[in-house]
Design a protein around this ligand. Structure first.
Ligand code: SAH
Length: 462
């Protein structure tokens, strides 16, 4: 097949990015926005030797899994990839993704996976789940300020203040900001020229406390007539924190390095389970609080703590999992690379009166081996031990040096929380080749309508 060729194909599979996959005379085509089960007319936009990419021209026979998207921008917007797939089918897709990776990359036998795998945990209402949104600002053809989301793989802004994954109050806040900008002729930042003031609005909402934070990221030192904006924003019930973060760099990084309070306090508070967290504009915090609570409860269940254990929580962020585990362990050590996050973790421990959690700043693959060696030296060659080790790495997974140290410390259990099933499978292969057995695996859908897939696993020492 060649560029611009058209074909009618059956979509028989789903790619890692949520795209539909079908064959035209044995030639594989990846089709964005096509749903598994569709019969569709497609047009080749890029042809490689053995496969190509095609555009969905027309759905001839819709898949039984195809649904009307809730958001009219679902196809253009880069935020959602699979909103046109029924939610039940999305969950099957994610479960199969985990299973496929465990088989192909992890080398696990299908029977073993059958035994370990538990049903995926989905959401009752898979919309409006995000507690955080970062809206970029731009200018439309008429010169009006607009805000919304980036179109897939570009920085073109789709004007939309009403994202289906976010909370309804986002719209009220954004409309206030846009009206304020119009009134005082305040310009949106323009990436091409580096001019204009308003770059992004970060909005956070505490699902349990109903507290709201607005942080405006600006290309300048202050917002003119800010009092007027504050007056309007504070009419919104729950408004707790209004801040600005200065970012004058020509960069894709959204936030500046610091922030200043314009009104109220510099943070909002929220709960996961019984643990209270203070969240500042710069803190990392899980975006789906409903599913996070289920995920952390599972982590606690998989760790199966009795109260006398020593636990390590590697890649601990602001100590979310650590503090959850500390409720049931003798001692929890958290390790995280970002100093600010460790600062938050210590604060969060204090707010909750948790005294058995200790935090270290540094790379997990340096801190844990360092601790292990020093301990062994100080204790006449007796090895440092842990009862449970939890890891929750970024997408690239764990460093091999870290996995080696985990094996040496020989914890009874390892709980692996992963946001990428491919690197998860790779790391599990190493652990299971070195004395561990995969006991339980479960996907928890933290990001409905997207292809992102969170998994939690329990490994037990043989
Ligand atoms: N467990 C936390 C955060 C998980 S996200 C939670 O549930 O909220 C992964 C975290 O790993 C991020 O906070 C990131 O800053 C941190 N990180 C990335 N590379 C790291 C490394 N090499 N060592 C330690 N932490 C790292």
């Amino acid at each position: 097949m060649q560029k611009n060729d058209t074909a009618v194909i059956d979509i028989t599979d789903i790619g890692a990015g949520g795209e539909g996959i079908g064959k035209a005379d044995g030639y594989t085509l990846f089709v964005k926005d096509a749903v598994i089960g569709d019969k569709a007319e497609v047009k080749v936009i890029k042809a490689k030797k053995n496969y190509g990419y095609a555009r969905l021209m027309q759905v001839l026979e819709p898949s039984p899994y195809r649904v009307e998207p809730k958001c009219r921008f679902a196809r253009q917007c880069g935020g959602c990839q699979i909103q046109e797939m029924s939610y039940d089918r999305q969950l099957v897709f994610k479960e199969q993704k985990v299973r496929g990776n465990l088989e192909r990359i992890g080398g696990f036998a299908p029977e073993l996976i059958d035994q370990a795998m538990e049903p995926v945990i989905g959401m009752e209402n898979p919309f409006g789940y995000r507690n955080k949104a970062q809206f970029p600002f731009g200018t439309d053809k008429e010169g009006n300020p607009v805000t919304g989301f980036y179109a897939g793989r570009t920085h073109d802004i789709i004007a939309n203040t009403d994202c289906a994954l976010g909370v309804p109050v986002n719209k009220d806040i954004l409309e206030i900001i846009l009206a304020f900008m119009k009134k005082y002729k305040i310009l949106s930042y323009d990436e091409k020229t580096g001019k204009g003031l308003i770059r992004h609005a970060l909005i956070r909402y505490g699902f349990t406390t109903k507290e709201i934070m607005v942080c405006l990221v600006i290309n300048g030192t202050e917002i003119p007539h800010a009092d007027d904006l504050i007056k309007a924003l504070t009419k919104i019930p729950g408004m707790t924190s209004i801040t600005v973060s200065v970012n004058t760099r020509r960069t894709n990084v959204i936030m500046g390095d610091s922030y200043e309070v314009l009104w109220g306090q510099g943070y909002i508070t929220d709960y996961i389970g019984k643990i209270r967290y203070q969240i500042s504009p710069l803190s990392f915090y899980q975006v789906n609080p409903v599913q996070t609570e289920k995920l952390y409860s599972l982590a606690l269940e998989y760790a199966d703590l009795k109260g006398n254990e020593t636990v390590w929580d590697l890649y601990c962020g602001i100590g979310t999992i650590s503090l959850f585990l500390a409720q049931r362990a003798e001692k929890v050590y958290g390790v995280e690379i970002i100093p600010q996050a460790i600062h938050n973790a210590r604060e969060n421990a204090q707010i909750n009166g948790i005294e058995n959690a200790e935090f270290f700043t540094g790379k997990a693959e340096e801190v844990l081996p360092g601790y292990y060696e020093e301990y062994t030296r100080k204790h006449d060659g007796q090895a440092a031990r842990a009862d449970v080790i939890v890891v929750d790495p970024p997408r690239k997974g764990c460093d091999e040096v870290l996995l080696d140290t985990i094996v040496k410390m020989a914890p009874e259990k390892v709980v692996y929380v992963s946001c990428d099933p491919a690197t998860l499978a790779r790391d599990l292969k190493i652990l299971c080749g070195n004395g561990y057995e995969l006991k339980r695996v479960r996907a928890v859908d933290q990001f409905p309508m997207t292809v992102h897939c969170e998994t939690i696993c329990k490994l037990v020492r043989k």
